[in-house]
Design a protein around this ligand. Structure first.
Ligand code: GLA
Length: 357
């Protein structure tokens, strides 16, 4: 029995009816493009959040985490939000006990919130006798975060957490929502994908993420396109934008092109060849989009000095994690260079882990 099920039993005196798990994610490339209608290439990782749930007759939603102390409710807002978003889609979750266990570090830019939303969403939906598709779950989780928690995130995290395939990265067009699973198996190429935690914690709700979004919308408006996805580099350079908006827009346009380049290389099996694009992405996020921080820049430099083929910050930035593509024989010394670094493997999206029904 999974620890989560045992703890659920100790907590409620009965077994959970549904137990669902959803992974964290890293984004290989395509950062701050998903709210510009652009391309992203994230992958789910082999760390996940589990939600064990059982019905309650009194209509209450009672949440407990094996990681957070009982008086810290900061994480439970995501479960409340998911219940509300499910309700909006006509999936009625009356009352439930929800026990959450996770090895996705919170606030580290590995989508701990999307993992929680999708795992809890799947478990609560099943309690409500509904079985939404992975895409529908992603949409519910995204609505939970944007409308009920109130952070204006794009669709990338919830989509990959719900729909990823093991051994693949997810090439997603965030405008049409068309997606393709692109084979990505570092181990088969004697490589490892290393995640380095900068230790710097940030809050997406702190305003800087929303500020970047506004800047992108303003740049698109001045260029005269619906979204920056539709602009070319020449459009950006010729639009007479002020220096800040020009650099923001240049990041998005060049980042979209890097996603396409990396996908092409992966299709050819050229994993080693993606290193330069990862580095270029980092430089663009650091200099043009200005969402990196000294600790992330240092992580990238140290990883490169230890023999990585490429490295970049991943996720929203302002702290959180960097990733590095590292030849097998350099992994041990790379890991030793950091306080918190670990190898991740491309994993699958949300799945049912157990339950008594
Ligand atoms: C966060 C958001 C995503 C995306 C990234 C930046 O992870 O949740 O929607 O915008 O930042 O690429």
């Amino acid at each position: 029995m999974h620890q989560c099920e045992e703890e659920f039993g100790r907590w409620t005196g009965r077994g959970p009816e549904e137990v669902w798990a959803a992974p964290g994610r890293v984004n290989l490339v395509g950062e701050h493009t998903d709210y510009n209608g652009g391309f992203v290439l994230p992958l789910a990782i082999d760390r996940h959040t589990t939600a064990a749930v059982g019905r309650r007759q009194d209509g209450a939603l009672r949440c407990r985490s094996l990681q957070f102390p009982d008086d810290d409710r900061s994480w439970a807002v995501y479960v409340d939000a998911v219940r509300a978003a499910l309700g909006e889609s006509g999936i009625d979750v009356h009352g439930a006990d929800v026990l959450v266990d996770s090895d996705v570090p919170p606030g580290a830019g590995l989508s701990s919130s999307a993992a929680l939303e999708v795992a809890a969403g799947a478990a609560l939906a099943a309690l409500g006798e509904a079985h939404p598709s992975a895409q529908e779950l992603a949409a519910v989780a995204h609505r939970a975060e944007t409308q009920f928690v109130g952070v204006p995130v794009g669709i990338m995290d919830q989509t990959v957490v719900a729909t990823a395939r093991a051994g693949h990265a997810l090439f997603l067009d965030t405008r049409s929502l068309e997606s393709e699973h692109i084979p990505f198996d570092p181990a088969a190429n004697e490589l490892s994908l290393v995640v380095i935690d900068s230790g710097v914690r940030r809050q997406l709700g702190d305003g800087r993420y929303a500020e970047r979004r506004r800047e992108c919308e303003e740049a698109a408006g001045r260029i005269g396109v619906a979204q920056l996805r539709d602009a070319t580099l020449a459009d950006v350079e010729d639009a007479g934008l002020d220096d800040t908006l020009r650099r923001r827009a240049r990041h998005v346009v060049t980042e979209d092109a890097r996603v396409v380049e990396v996908v092409e290389r992966l299709r050819r099996g050229d994993l080693e060849g993606i290193g330069a694009a990862l580095l270029a992405s980092h430089a663009s996020l650091r200099d043009d989009f200005e969402v990196s921080c000294p600790e992330l820049d240092a992580a990238v430099e140290i990883a490169m000095a230890h023999g990585a083929l490429g490295a970049r910050m991943t996720g929203a930035g302002f702290g959180g994690c960097a990733l590095a593509l590292v030849p097998e024989e350099r992994v041990r010394s790379t890991l030793a260079a950091f306080t918190t670094a670990f190898v991740v493997r491309p994993a699958g999206g949300v799945w049912r882990m157990g339950g008594m029904r």
